[in-house]
Design a binder for this molecule. Structure first.
Ligand code: ZN
Length: 625
C-alpha cells in the first residue's frame, strides 16, 4: 500500500491517517428549532419506463436542509454542466415558492431541471438512511477543499454512455445518458434519450459506493474476488431495500402485480415486477446485480420446493463482481421475503385467506395496505441490518462470510431475542448459497457471532465521559479531539503487550515469515455509533479501524497485504470486539496472489515484479463490462 502521511507527528509506534480528521469535514444540516422536518419532492421510484400506475412516481420525504440553487446542500452539490440536447437545465432553486407548493417539479424526462431534482432527492434519501442506521454523520472519502466543508459533487449529465460511476479521486458521482435501442422497454421512445440519473436504483447504488468508501476505504482494494463483488452487491441491497421501504409504492406494486404472474410469492412477484429479477444465464453486463428470483422462490414456503428451484450458489457464480454480487443480494433478499412471509401470515389468517393461495384469489384493499406496510417496515429493518453490518466488518480483504458474521453480531447486540427470525433467516439463506464463513463450525448464532476478547481491556481516554462532541454525540467535536482519540487508541493497540491481540506487528519486533517489510500501524478512524434498538433503547459505541500493510514476496513477485483490526469499544472504553484480519496466513497471501494474476487482473498494475493497485477502482468496476 502507498505510504500514508501521518496527520500528526505520531510516535514511531503508529501513525494517524488523514482520514481520522476527515470525519469533521462533513457537516450535514442541523435542524433549527421550527424548521421543517422534510422537504417533500416527487421522484421516479424506479425510472421513467415504469408507469405512475405501478407506483412509478412517489412523493419522497427528503430530509429538510437549507439549500442554495443547484440544488446545493450541506453534503451534495448538484451541477447542471454538460446538458445534452434537446434538454436544457440551469441551476434549480427548490426554495422557489411555486416548487415548495407542488412538491418540486413534475417528474418528466423532458425537463432537464427535473434530473437535478431527482438526483438530489435520491442521494439525500440514501445518505439519510445511513445516518439513521449508524446515528452519526458519514464523511466522504475524498480530500476536502482547504477550510471548506466537504460535499460530494453530483453530475446528472456526466457523460455519454450507458453507465454511471463514483470517483474518490474526483470527489463526484457522475451519471451517463444514452440513446435507447430500437425496442426499448416501457414508456421509452425508440432511440429516445435515456438518462441513468433518472433511475432511482442507479442513483442509490452510486451514492452507496461513495458512502461505503467513506466508511471503509480499503474495501476499494480488490484483494480477493469478494471485495469488488461486495461493493456491488451491497450497493444493490441498499437500493433495493430503499425501494421496498416506500409503503405506497409497495402497495401499488402489489395491486398491479397480482394476477400478472402465478409463480412465486407476493414479494418475489413484486421483485419481478419492479424489475429486480435476473436470470442466471445473464452475464454481468447490467449495471445492477439483481436478484436470482427463481432461487428465492424455492425457499419461500408458500411455494412448493422443487428440485429445479435451487439458488445460484457462491461456487457457481464465477468471479465477475456483478454476478457474484447477485449471490449476496439474493441471499439477503431471501431472508427478507422469509421474514415478510412470517409477519404477514397472521394478516392472511385474520382475513380468512390461505397464504399459499394469496397470489391468486382476490384480497381486500385493507389487507393489501396492511401487507404493504408490513413489507416496507421489514425492508427498513433489513436496510438497517445491512448498513450496521459494515461497522462490524474487518478493515480490509472483506469476505461475504465475514459480512454475515458482522450482520449477525451487530443485530444481536441490538436485540437479544430474534422473535421473527431475521438472523436465523439470514444464516439459512447464506448457507443455501454455500457462503460459509471461515473458522465457524456451526451455522448457529452463537458460533456465528464475533468473539469478544478473552481478557478485559479498557482503553484509557476513550470512555464516553472522556469524549468531546459538537453538541450531539453523532457529530465529532473537531479535528483536535478526533486526533486525541486516535492517539489514545494508537498508543494502546500498538503497545507490545496488546499488539498481537489486535493482529498488529509492533515496529521493532520480528517480522512474520515471508514478510519483507511491515508498515507502521495506522489509526484510520474513530467514530461514534448510536443505534436505536427496536424496543427503543439507544446503544452507544465507538467503532475504530487500525490497519497495517505488509510487503510479501511470493514466487518472486512483490505485493502488499493489508491487515489490521476493527474495534468496537463500549461507552466505558472497554473493547467489546476486536475483528481482525491477520497477515501471517499463507492461504490469504496465496489467494491474493492468484486473484491479482487471474480474475482481478484488470484492477492491478505490475511494474517489474511489483503489484500496485490501479487508480479509480470504483469507476473501473463499472467501466469494466
Ligand atoms: Zn456499482
Amino acid at each position: 500500500m502507498m505510504a500514508k502521511k501521518a496527520a500528526a507527528a505520531a510516535s514511531q509506534m503508529y501513525e494517524v491517517s488523514p482520514r481520522v480528521a476527515r470525519q469533521a469535514s462533513v457537516r450535514p444540516y442541523q435542524r433549527e428549532r421550527g424548521a421543517p422536518l422534510v422537504r417533500p419532492l416527487r421522484i421516479y421510484t424506479l425510472d421513467p419506463s415504469v408507469s405512475a400506475r405501478l407506483g412509478g412516481v412517489a412523493t419522497a420525504p427528503v430530509p429538510y436542509e437549507k439549500l442554495e440553487p443547484g440544488p446545493s446542500g450541506s453534503v451534495f452539490h448538484v451541477v447542471a454542466d454538460g446538458v445534452p440536447a434537446p434538454l436544457s437545465a440551469e441551476a434549480l432553486n427548490l426554495d422557489d415558492p411555486a416548487l415548495l407548493m407542488s412538491c418540486g417539479l413534475t417528474p418528466t424526462p423532458m425537463n432537464g431541471r427535473f434530473h437535478l431534482q431527482m438526483v438530489y432527492a435520491v442521494c439525500s434519501i440514501t445518505y439519510a438512511a445511513f445516518r439513521k442506521a449508524l446515528g452519526r454523520d458519514i464523511a466522504w472519502a475524498t480530500t476536502p477543499p482547504e477550510g471548506a466543508p466537504l460535499r460530494l459533487t453530483v453530475r446528472p449529465f456526466g457523460f455519454r454512455g450507458p453507465n454511471a460511476g463514483y470517483s474518490r479521486e474526483a470527489g463526484d458521482l457522475s451519471f451517463g445518458y444514452f440513446s435507447a435501442g430500437r425496442n426499448p422497454a416501457g414508456f421509452v421512445m425508440r432511440k429516445g434519450l435515456i438518462s441513468t440519473a433518472l433511475s432511482h436504483d442507479i442513483i442509490a447504488h452510486e451514492t452507496t459506493h461513495a458512502l461505503l468508501d467513506g466508511l471503509r476505504s480499503l474495501f476499494a482494494m480488490p484483494t480477493n474476488i469478494d471485495v469488488p463483488a461486495f461493493h456491488e452487491g451491497f450497493s444493490d441491497l441498499v437500493a433495493l431495500f430503499l425501494h421496498f421501504s416506500y409503503a405506497e409504492v409497495v402497495e401499488r406494486g402489489i395491486r398491479e402485480s397480482r394476477g400478472a404472474t402465478t409463480r412465486g410469492s407476493l414479494i418475489t412477484d413484486l421483485a419481478r415486477e419492479f424489475g429486480y429479477a435476473r436470470s442466471r444465464a445473464e452475464s454481468g453486463a447490467a449495471l445492477r446485480s439483481g436478484v436470482d428470483v427463481e432461487g428465492v422462490a424455492g425457499f419461500d414456503s408458500d411455494v412448493p420446493l422443487s428440485k429445479t428451484d435451487r439458488p445460484l450458489s457462491y461456487d457457481e457464480a464465477g468471479s465477475e463482481p456483478h454476478q457474484l454480487g447477485t449471490v449476496l443480494v439474493s441471499a439477503v433478499f431471501e431472508a427478507f421475503t422469509t421474514v415478510v412471509r412470517r409477519k404477514t401470515e397472521r394478516l392472511f389468517s385474520i382475513a380468512g385467506i390461505d397464504p399459499a393461495a394469496a397470489n391468486r384469489g382476490p384480497i381486500s384493499d385493507a389487507l393489501v395496505k396492511a401487507i404493504a406496510q408490513e413489507a416496507s417496515d421489514v425492508a427498513g429493518q433489513f436496510l438497517n441490518i445491512c448498513i450496521r453490518g459494515i461497522d462490524y466488518c474487518p478493515p480490509a480483504d472483506m469476505e461475504f462470510g465475514e459480512y454475515l458474521r458482522a450482520m449477525i453480531t451487530a443485530d444481536s447486540e441490538m436485540e437479544q431475542g430474534d422473535k421473527w427470525g431475521f438472523r436465523e433467516a439470514l444464516m439459512r439463506s447464506f448457507r443455501r448459497r454455500c457462503i460459509f464463513p471461515d473458522h465457524v463450525q456451526f451455522m448457529t448464532e452463537d458460533a456465528m457471532r464475533w468473539r469478544s476478547p478473552d481478557q478485559r481491556m479498557r482503553i484509557p481516554g476513550l470512555s464516553f465521559c472522556d469524549l468531546r462532541f459538537d453538541g450531539e454525540p453523532g457529530r465529532a467535536a473537531d479535528v483536535e479531539e478526533l486526533n486525541r482519540q486516535a492517539h489514545a487508541l494508537g498508543a494502546f493497540v500498538t503497545d507490545p503487550r496488546h499488539a498481537k491481540m489486535f493482529q498488529l506487528v509492533s515496529p521493532g519486533t520480528g517480522l512474520p515469515k515471508g514478510i519483507t517489510y511491515a508498515s507502521i500501524p495506522a489509526v484510520e478512524s474513530v467514530r461514534v455509533s448510536r443505534r436505536v434498538a427496536p424496543d427503543g433503547r439507544v446503544l452507544f459505541d465507538l467503532v475504530a479501524e487500525v490497519t497495517q500493510s505488509c510487503t510479501v514476496r511470493r514466487d518472486g513477485d512483490l505485493f502488499d497485504v493489508n491487515g489490521g483490526c476493527t474495534l468496537i469499544i463500549d461507552p466505558e472504553g472497554e473493547v467489546r470486539f476486536a475483528i481482525s484480519k491477520r497477515f501471517d496466513s499463507e492461504a490469504r497471501r496465496a489467494r491474493q496472489h492468484a486473484a491479482m494474476r487471474g480474475p482481478l487482473r484488470k484492477f492491478w498494475k505490475k511494474t517489474g515484479r511489483q503489484f500496485t493497485v490501479q487508480k479509480d477502482i470504483l469507476r473501473r468496476l463499472h467501466g469494466s463490462k
